[in-house]
Design a protein around this ligand. Structure first.
Ligand code: 3HC
Ligand code: NAI
Length: 692
């Protein structure tokens, strides 16, 4: 075996050369890999002994894409296109041998080989769209030529992967190798040589494009079908335009379209934000004082206390991945209602064809109800989700302490209460942690893991891994009212309330937030959650718009009326009644109404969030700014193409954010506008949150 570079080597077995890429962890197409392929190929072509070449990878996967860390700088020669051209134009057959994931530039590399074989576990995709990009290595022109424009649209615009069986069916691979991939690929290469099979170039293929050529409405229909999901994103449309070019233009012209649109996206702020977010997500899993090798507590049985809105959703997360759950309630009726809702939810999913009726039974079968807390004795993890009341939670934790086996994790789903106080109700505060799911808990991706002062490292490590197991994105946060996500939400909601008293209407505020990219505005969100959360009919004195709306029976979507009126399809429309209530309230309070610009609405809603995020960092409640961004993207639908509130602040410049906060502090005399000291310091040093 000869080393080609520190990331690739070459060996020759009876006329078949193997270029092996070894660039852990994912064999990204870093400079050493490109150089290795290029040099290896040159040596093979010059060597008369070599009859065919196998491109294969060591470690856990085939090439999983371009090296994202190299983006933004100039690409060191040889560039990707040169290497891909060399592969495609090689005068000896090149076979890609694929295991793990062939993604992005990895799949594009495989598409430039003359043949592709894989093992049964291999997966294939062009996920560039998730980085705000499009495949820039010819994938937009080659994939449609292999799988057809229809399938290419689906794969490239969603970024979704397909498995080996589907790849074989689509013609993306020639063969699924049984047994060991390496020897199977060598045997395949020998067969190619023996049969004198042609040097097949994907670029020359046209036949799979015909059905799209015969269907002129294809692209516009597709655009309509994804419009809602991709609102605000630039990359999906650019991907579509490239596939249109593949269908309508000669190969080289299509490549030119790809190159132009790729460069536009690469230079734009959306891709920068999405690339940042790719690493932000992965950073969130790293806890400085909890090393990777920290022992974990095996979790096989989970208990949930409370079968209400959250308890039910939380239990579904477990059942979805085959973990048995026991749910505790105090009354049979509440238990039956909770279990009934879980079943109904699963049946709804099955009716949409997303799971089978057997799945419904299997999952419901994993969930057992009980009225006895003693039934939790053997659980490895218990998650409490009863009413948000400190005394009740303390009583439950004290009871759990006497029931549940030692070493088990005792978690609370509280959205704002002090985990340390809850932990102090037990004799094992090191086992207590917050697991803050978001509603609906079976859908929302975020899990805030709240670390108490005494929470043990093994408990933290286990919960971080457990989150992954149940498909959640975990962010570790410290104890403070509202933790990270809700604490940042509070000042935004407070400003939204002030804006409607000064002259903006709820739908005007919401429109600005939705156009910014949020899935819903501040008032739509309140209506969805219910205006009567924490509201008390007996003590309500009409002291806020919320009081007045609740008193008028407008409790949100569930009563078909809140800040908006709702029709039977839950479509909101601005309400003249609400406008009157707001205007009456402002009048009484002697507030002058004025026209408020969209720019002011945006600044007043978003900048206080950034300021709160800076305070959270100052206090050490979040480990890093990017964790705050992960929280807001996965917990509240902040548009990922704006990175998250902290990345957004960096992108507009912290000096601008500080100046704007000071402007409002001066205008309003309200000290909550004063910028956090941390942000002032960073702005003065010309830095951003990402420099911390
Ligand atoms: N470039 C650089 N680093 C990468 C990388 C890439 N393409 N893909 C993964 N990594 C790094 C991660 O940052 C992580 O680093 P860390 O350990 O320091 O945090 C490490 O590799 C492992 O990654 P994951 O934690 O994500 O490992 P998983 O096993 O969970 O997932 C994976 C593996 C499915 C390959 C996943 O990493 C992934 O989806 N990677 C990105 C794939 C992708 O987007 N490819 C397209 C790139 S753009 C492109 O190719 C442009 C071309 O068209 C020109
Ligand atoms: P809920 O009112 O829908 O459910 C609470 C359930 O707990 C009820 O079914 C009740 O019968 C049961 N319960 C009360 N006392 C009990 C006891 N001693 N033993 C067993 N069961 C008992 O409330 P929801 O919305 O599910 O909230 C639960 C917790 O989750 C609260 O702490 C809340 O702050 C938190 N949370 C709520 C979110 C939401 O959007 N609803 C989001 C995130 C957290």
């Amino acid at each position: 075996m000869t080393a080609l570079t520190d990331m690739a080597d070459l060996s020759i077995e009876d006329g078949i050369a193997l270029i092996t890429i070894d660039n852990p962890p994912v064999n990204a197409l870093s400079h050493g890999v490109r150089q290795g392929i290029s040099d290896g190929l040159a040596q093979c072509l010059a060597d008369d002994q070599v009859e065919a070449i196998v491109l294969i990878c060591a470690g856990r996967t085939f090439i999983a894409g371009a090296d994202i860390t190299e983006f933004g700088g100039p690409m060191k020669e040889p560039g990707l296109h040169a290497v891909l051209d060399d592969l495609e134009n090689a005068s000896k057959p090149v076979v890609a041998a694929i295991h793990g994931t062939a993604l992005g530039g990895g799949l594009e590399t495989a598409l430039c080989c003359h043949y592709r074989v894989c093992d049964a576990g291999a997966r294939f995709g062009l996920p560039e769209v998730n980085l705000g990009l499009l495949p820039g290595g010819g994938g937009t022109q080659r994939l449609p030529r292999v799988v057809g424009a229809e399938k290419a649209l689906e794969m490239m615009v969603s970024g979704a992967q397909i498995g080996a069986a589907e790849a074989l069916q689509e013609g993306l691979v020639e063969e699924i190798v049984e047994g060991e991939l390496r020897s199977g690929a060598i045997a395949f290469a020998r067969k190619v040589v023996a049969e004198g099979a042609p040097l097949a170039k994907v670029r020359d293929r046209e036949e799979k494009l015909q059905s799209a050529r015969d269907n002129p409405g294809l692209f516009d229909d597709f655009r309509k079908s994804i419009a809602r999901k991709t609102r605000g994103f630039l990359a999906p449309e650019s991907n579509i335009r490239c596939i249109e070019a593949a269908v309508n233009l000669p190969f080289d012209e299509g490549m030119a379209v790809e190159r132009k649109l790729f460069q536009e996206l690469m230079r734009g702020p959306q891709s920068r934000a999405q690339q940042y977010f790719f690493f932000a997500e992965r950073q969130a899993g790293k806890i400085p004082d909890v090393p990777r090798d920290t022992a974990e507590i095996p979790i096989t049985r989970v208990g949930v206390i409370g079968a209400g809105t959250m308890g039910g959703g939380i239990s579904m997360n477990m059942a979805n991945v085959g973990i048995a759950v026991t749910i505790i309630e105090t009354q049979q009726e509440a238990l039956d209602r909770g279990l009934g809702i879980i079943r109904k939810n699963y049946e709804n999913t099955a009716s949409k064809g997303r799971i089978s009726s057997q799945d419904v039974e299997d999952r419901c079968g994993l969930i057992t109800g009980s009225l006895q807390m003693e039934d939790l004795a053997d659980c490895d993890l218990v998650i409490e989700a009863v009413f948000e009341n400190m005394d009740l939670k303390k009583e439950i934790f004290s009871k759990l302490d006497g029931i549940v086996k030692q070493g088990a994790i005792l978690a609370s789903n509280t959205s704002a209460l002090d985990i340390n106080e809850i932990a102090a109700a037990t004799a094992r505060p090191e086992s207590v942690i917050g697991l803050h799911f978001f509603s609906p808990a079976n859908v929302m991706k975020l899990l805030e893991i709240v670390r108490g002062d005494k929470t043990g490292k093994e408990v933290i490590k286990t919960c971080m891994s457990f989150a992954k197991r149940i498909g959640k994105k975990a962010v570790l946060v410290g104890v403070c009212p509202g933790f990270v996500g809700n604490r940042i939400l509070f000042p935004r909601q407070a400003q939204a309330q002030k804006l409607i008293l000064e002259g903006a209407l709820p739908h005007q505020v919401d429109k600005v937030l939705v156009e910014f990219g949020m899935p819903m505005g501040a008032f739509q969100m309140s209506d969805l959650a219910g205006l009567d959360i924490g509201w008390n009919a007996e003590t309500s004195k009409g002291e806020s718009i919320r009081d007045l709306l609740c008193e008028a029976g407008r409790r949100g979507q569930k009563t078909s009326a809140g800040y908006y009126d709702y029709d039977e399809k839950r479509t909101p429309s601005p309400s003249p009644v609400v406008e009157e209530i707001i205007r009456g309230f402002s009048d009484k309070a002697g507030l002058a109404l004025r026209d408020i610009s969209e720019e002011e609405i945006l600044e007043r809603c978003i900048y206080p969030m950034i300021n709160e995020g800076a305070k959270i960092l100052e206090e050490g409640i979040a480990i890093r700014a990017s964790d705050i961004d992960v929280t807001w993207v996965y917990g509240y639908g902040w548009p990922v193409y704006r990175g998250g509130p902290m990345h957004y602040a960096d992108s507009i410049g912290l000096d601008n954010v500080v100046a704007t906060l000071r402007k409002y502090a001066e205008q309003t005399g309200d000290s909550s506008w004063e910028p956090a000291a941390l942000m002032v310091r960073l702005a003065e040093e010309g830095k951003g949150f990402s420099d911390l």
